[in-house]
Design a protein around this ligand. Structure first.
Ligand code: NAI
Ligand code: MG
Length: 335
């Protein structure tokens, strides 16, 4: 079966890693009709807007997109395209599985957790104001509906993927109303899933526990900003941003993208690790029902990384994007 999928190459290393992923998917025998769309600086250059309507409409039409990272200027400039896209398509659940991969050095061997990040509210709505030249304020929005929705997703994910524990992170000791509401919603929803363990943890302690004993965690459900930060922390537990995939899921559309950004420090040098986006594409193939291709690509990735000969710089090797991509393609022939 052929699938229509929107492809957003994105900025920085985006075009390099998306190209690599397209090649591996093709080699796996999956038939995808890629519909090219632009976003980020690439969108700005071609359509004078970082998030062209045509891109949103294309994803609404196909329901599925694979997206490279989009650069967001720091301090000034346009609003994050990633945030814009998540809001425009109501992609309320950001799902980020984090696990040890064979061959990748890490102080841990038993990491197998999922960060379930709320994707539509919190400080991420970017509602800021300058009260005076020396005083700025930002609004943090937490609603019961969005909190219940993400926690329910977390429990459903735990049930469907065999995790026995859901941990809700928060700072309700300080943010008694906003994070307090998130926690209240989490406790309510937890009652619907008596077969799955539930705990809550104050976010700073959660970070400490994650660094000391990540193997104890299953699904970690978090408001947007904590989810963003904890995702990168968790990526660091298993070898870094080059190997951690992600998906933004709503009721009508899903956009698959790695946790990492556009990595301007290595862009255009052929050094980027395409694995994180490739594993995001594996999540996409599962979503599309292409379970066999998804499993084969996973096996190919694990066998190449496990051999430890062809690794990109972020994993301590010297391989180029091209070399690791070819290695994945060769490995596909043997799995
Ligand atoms: P980043 O994730 O782009 O890079 C952080 C570090 O990890 C850098 O040293 C980079 O070289 C390395 N790295 C990241 N991905 C890698 C890969 N695939 N292979 C090898 N090394 C990799 O984060 P940074 O530098 O904070 O952000 C850069 C830009 O990306 C910003 O404009 C930011 O807004 C944007 N961004 C976009 C995201 C998205 O589109 N979903 C997510 C995160 C950041
Ligand atoms: Mg992030």
């Amino acid at each position: 079966m052929e699938h229509d999928v929107v492809l957003i190459p994105g900025d920085g290393i985006g075009p390099e890693v998306t190209r690599a992923v397209q090649m591996v998917i093709q080699a796996a025998g999956c038939r995808i009709n890629w519909r090219l769309a632009q976003a980020g600086v690439a969108g700005l250059e071609r359509f004078s807007t970082p998030l062209p309507d045509a891109t949103v409409e294309a994803i609404q039409a196909t329901g599925v997109a694979l997206k490279g990272p989009a650069t967001t200027p720091v301090g000034t400039g346009f609003r994050s395209v990633n945030v814009g896209l998540r809001l425009a398509l109501n992609l309320y659940a950001n799902v980020r599985p984090v696990r040890n991969m064979p061959g990748i050095k890490s102080p841990w061997t038993d990491v197998d957790l999922v960060v379930m990040r709320e994707n539509t509210e919190d400080l991420y709505i970017g509602l800021e104001r300058r009260v005076s030249p020396d005083h700025c304020e930002a609004t943090k929005v937490i609603t019961r509906g969005a909190s219940e929705r993400i926690v329910r997703r977390a429990f459903e994910y735990a049930r469907n993927h065999g995790y026995s524990l859901v941990t809700a992170g928060h700072k309700a000791n300080i943010l008694k109303l906003s994070d307090g509401l998130f926690l209240e919603a989490a406790r309510e929803v937890a009652r619907e899933f008596p077969e799955i363990g539930f705990e809550d943890m104050i976010i700073d302690n959660l970070c400490m526990q994650l660094v000391r004993n990540p193997g104890r965690f299953g699904v970690i459900v978090l408001p947007n900003l904590y989810g963003d930060i904890v995702s990168d922390l968790c990526a660091g537990l298993v070898g870094g941003l080059g190997v951690v995939p992600g998906a933004n899921i709503g009721d009508r559309a899903a956009v698959f993208e790695a946790v990492h950004g556009s990595a301007p420090d290595i862009a255009g040098q052929g050094k980027a690790n395409p694995t994180a986006l490739l594993l995001s594409a594996v999540m996409m193939l599962e979503f599309l029902g292409e379970k066999e291709a998804a499993a084969r690509i996973t096996q190919a990735v694990e066998s190449v990384l496990g051999e430890g000969k062809i690794l990109t710089g972020d994993l301590g090797g010297t391989a180029t994007t091209e070399e690791i991509t070819q290695a994945y393609i060769s490995a596909l022939a043997t799995v």
